[in-house]
Design a protein around this ligand. Structure first.
Ligand SMILES: [Zn+2]
Ligand SMILES: [Zn+2]
Length: 326
C-alpha cells in the first residue's frame, strides 16, 4: 500500500484506510469502513496525531465518504492505536461510539497516566527488575499528545449482539479478550467475514500482557483463539498488516506459538524459584529498549500466571517480591 494512497476498496461495501502510527512497530493501523444501503460504520480510528487525522480524512475523501456521514465508530479494543482519535470523531462529527461492556470500567484507567505509572512501578518491584534497569523501566515520560483522554462509549455491547450498519447489514459481536480485556471481533452479516482487530494478525503474534484486573489474560486469549478457530474463517481483516487469507488457520498457529512459549518458560523456572524478570531475560532477545522490556515483562508474567493457575507452576511471595517455582 503506497503512502500516497491510504484507502482501498475491498469489495462488498468494505474499504480499508491505512493510518500511520508514531511507533517503530507496528508502523500503521487499518481502519475499515463498512457501508450499508443507508448507513456507514467505521471500525477503529488510529491515534490522534496530525498525520493520522490527515490519512483518515484523506482516505475517506478518496473513497467518496464525508466524516459526518459515518454514524457509528466501533472500537475493537482500548489501545491508543485503535481508540486514540475517538473523542475527536465523536465530538466533531457526532459519531456514536461503541465498545464492549468491559470498556465501561477501563476507560477511566486508560485516561489515568499517574495510575499507569504506579502500576508499572509496582510491577517492577514485584517481579524483581534489577537496580541497573529500574529507573529506565519505570520512567514512562509524559503522556503523548496523540493519546488524549477518551470518553465513555455511547453503547456497550457483548457477545452475540448485532451492531447495525444502516437497515440492511449488521456486525455480530464476538468477544475475544486476551490481547486486551475488552477486545471484540466483528462478523459481517453480508459476507460472513471477520474484522479481527488485534486478536489475530499476520506475521506477528499479538501481545498478551499481564493485567492487574484480570488474573488469567493468557487463558482468556487461548479460549478466544479457539473460538475463532472453530468458525472456519477464510478471508479475515486484521487491524495491522495485510488481509489474512485463512483466519482460522492463523488462530491455530498463534495457539501453537503460546503453547511453545509456555513450555519454554516452564523449563526456565528453577525448583527453588525464579523471578519473572529472570525468565524474561532467558526467553526474549537481549538488549530490549525500556519500552520493550515493559511489554516483555508483562507478556512473561501473563504466561507464568497462566502456568500457576493451571497447576503447572507454583508462586511464592516474600517482601512484595514474587518467585515462580518449578
Ligand atoms: Zn492492541
Ligand atoms: Zn493495534
Amino acid at each position: 500500500m503506497s503512502e500516497t494512497s491510504p484507502a482501498v476498496g475491498l469489495g462488498q461495501g468494505i474499504s480499508l484506510i491505512n493510518l500511520p502510527l508514531p511507533f517503530h512497530s507496528p508502523r500503521s493501523v487499518n481502519a475499515y469502513v463498512v457501508e450499508g444501503s443507508d448507513g456507514l460504520l467505521l471500525i477503529d480510528c488510529g491515534v490522534d496525531s496530525p498525520e493520522c487525522r490527515q490519512a483518515l480524512f484523506g482516505g475517506l475523501d478518496q473513497l467518496g465518504y464525508s466524516p459526518p456521514a459515518i454514524d457509528t465508530l466501533v472500537v475493537s479494543h482500548l489501545h491508543p492505536d485503535h481508540v486514540g482519535m475517538s473523542s475527536h470523531l465523536t465530538s466533531t462529527y457526532g459519531m456514536r461510539l461503541v465498545m464492549h461492556q468491559r470498556a465501561a470500567k477501563l476507560v477511566d484507567r486508560y485516561n489515568d497516566s499517574a495510575g499507569f505509572a504506579q502500576r508499572t512501578h509496582d510491577l517492577a518491584v514485584r517481579h524483581a527488575v534489577p537496580l541497573s534497569s529500574f529507573d529506565d523501566f519505570v520512567d514512562l515520560g509524559p503522556r503523548p499528545d496523540w493519546m488524549p483522554n477518551i470518553e465513555q462509549p455511547d453503547q456497550l455491547v457483548e457477545e452475540g449482539d448485532a451492531i447495525a450498519v444502516g437497515s440492511d447489514r449488521e456486525l455480530e459481536v464476538i468477544f475475544t479478550p486476551g490481547h486486551e480485556p475488552a477486545h471484540i471481533c466483528l462478523r459481517d452479516s453480508r459476507t460472513g467475514r471477520l474484522f479481527a482487530g488485534d486478536h489475530i494478525l499476520p506475521r506477528i503474534t499479538p501481545l498478551v500482557a499481564y493485567d492487574e484486573l484480570f488474573p488469567d489474560v493468557l487463558g482468556e486469549f487461548l479460549e478466544s483463539l479457539r473460538k475463532i478457530e472453530k468458525l472456519g474463517l477464510t478471508t479475515t481483516y486484521p487491524a495491522h498488516g495485510d488481509v489474512l487469507p485463512q483466519g482460522s488457520a492463523r488462530a491455530d498457529q498463534i495457539q501453537l506459538h503460546h503453547e511453545r512459549r509456555l513450555a519454554n518458560m516452564r523449563d526456565v523456572v528453577k525448583p527453588l524459584g525464579t523471578s519473572a524478570w529472570e525468565v524474561m531475560e532467558q526467553v526474549f532477545r537481549p538488549n530490549l529498549s525500556p519500552m520493550d522490556q515493559r511489554l516483555a515483562l508483562r507478556e512473561t508474567v501473563a504466561h507464568l500466571e497462566h502456568l500457576v493457575l493451571t497447576g503447572r507452576l507454583r508462586s511464592d511471595e516474600e517482601n512484595q517480591r514474587l518467585s515462580y517455582l518449578g
